[in-house]
Write a protein that binds this ligand. Structure first.
Ligand SMILES: [Zn+2]
Length: 283
């Protein structure tokens, strides 16, 4: 399931292909994903130029030269593929249409963007650019973890009086936007904080360390995604899914990688989801 760094990587990979380019052929091959597509979506996309591509939480936002923004969420299994030869760098042939190619955008620069999603948990919408922040999917989101509004004061205030384990609070999208299971596990490992730790019991000093750890795991993963973009022209044109080595996530039973720690990574289930951590050095 794509998390913030994967979505950021998709955005960075798409931006040079999409920004400043006109959509000359939009095709929508079915009425819905998780929710119905907006009315006349193909018609509203056709002939529009993409002015800017950006990300909010796990949503990709493409501002058009109409007063609308195309919102894309990849859900569990959504993929965006680039084919054609827009910049003389991408060498993929237009792939033959596949069963799960739900939306296809042909661009004036010769590129084709294909949205493929076998499980259809993704979403697309066309929303007013001016009021995008108040869209139901976006209006309750907390600050971006890499932005200035996410800081020690913000997280300390969110933890104050909360008996819930720190893992649950960090997954709450109203407190910080875009963090998912994988990067919360990784950030708690780096900060040396147990995922079971009661939020209110974390000292101010450790909250500051956690903010830095969250930023660091995301920055590292985005850097890994950037490397994958440099290779993707040699692969199949798919953006955003890259191999990244995790310290604890998915590594139950492995020796802890922290220098001097003799512990082993343990998997527990919290609120129905796996948490991976080292019981020796995460307190
Ligand atoms: Zn350890």
């Amino acid at each position: 399931m794509p998390e913030l760094p994967e979505v950021e990587t998709v955005c960075r990979g798409l931006a040079p292909v999409l920004e400043g380019t006109r959509i000359i052929g939009a095709r929508v091959n079915r009425p819905d994903l998780r929710r119905p597509f907006p009315e006349r979506m193909a018609e509203r996309l056709n002939g529009r130029t993409v002015l800017r591509l950006h990300r909010r939480s796990k949503y990709i936002l493409a501002d058009l030269d109409s007063p609308e923004t195309l919102l894309i969420h990849l859900g569990m299994s959504g993929r965006l593929l680039v084919s054609g030869d827009p910049l003389g760098t991408f060498v993929h042939d237009h792939p033959s249409p596949e069963r799960h190619d739900h939306v296809v955008l042909d661009l004036e620069n010769g590129a084709r963007i294909t949205y493929n999603d076998p499980r259809r948990f993704g979403a697309m919408d066309l929303i007013s650019t001016a009021t995008a922040d108040s869209h139901p999917l976006l209006c309750d989101l907390g600050p971006e973890p890499l932005g200035n509004r996410f800081n020690d004061d913000h997280l300390a205030a969110a933890f104050k009086g909360r008996r819930a384990p720190v893992k649950a609070v960090l997954l709450d999208q109203r407190i910080v936007a875009g963090l998912g299971n994988i990067y919360v596990c990784e950030a708690l490992f780096r900060a040396g904080i147990s995922p079971k730790r009661r939020s209110a019991a974390i000292s101010r000093r450790r909250v500051a360390g956690l903010v830095q750890a969250i930023r660091a795991v995301l920055v590292d993963a985005i850097a890994a995604g950037g490397s994958s973009l440099r290779d993707f022209r040699h692969a199949d044109g798919e953006l955003g899914y890259f191999q990244h080595r995790f310290d604890v996530y998915g590594r139950a039973g492995a020796a802890c990688g922290r220098p001097g720690c003799q512990g082993h990574v343990r998997r527990i289930v919290q609120s129905g989801r796996s948490s991976f951590y080292c019981p020796r050095c995460q307190r």
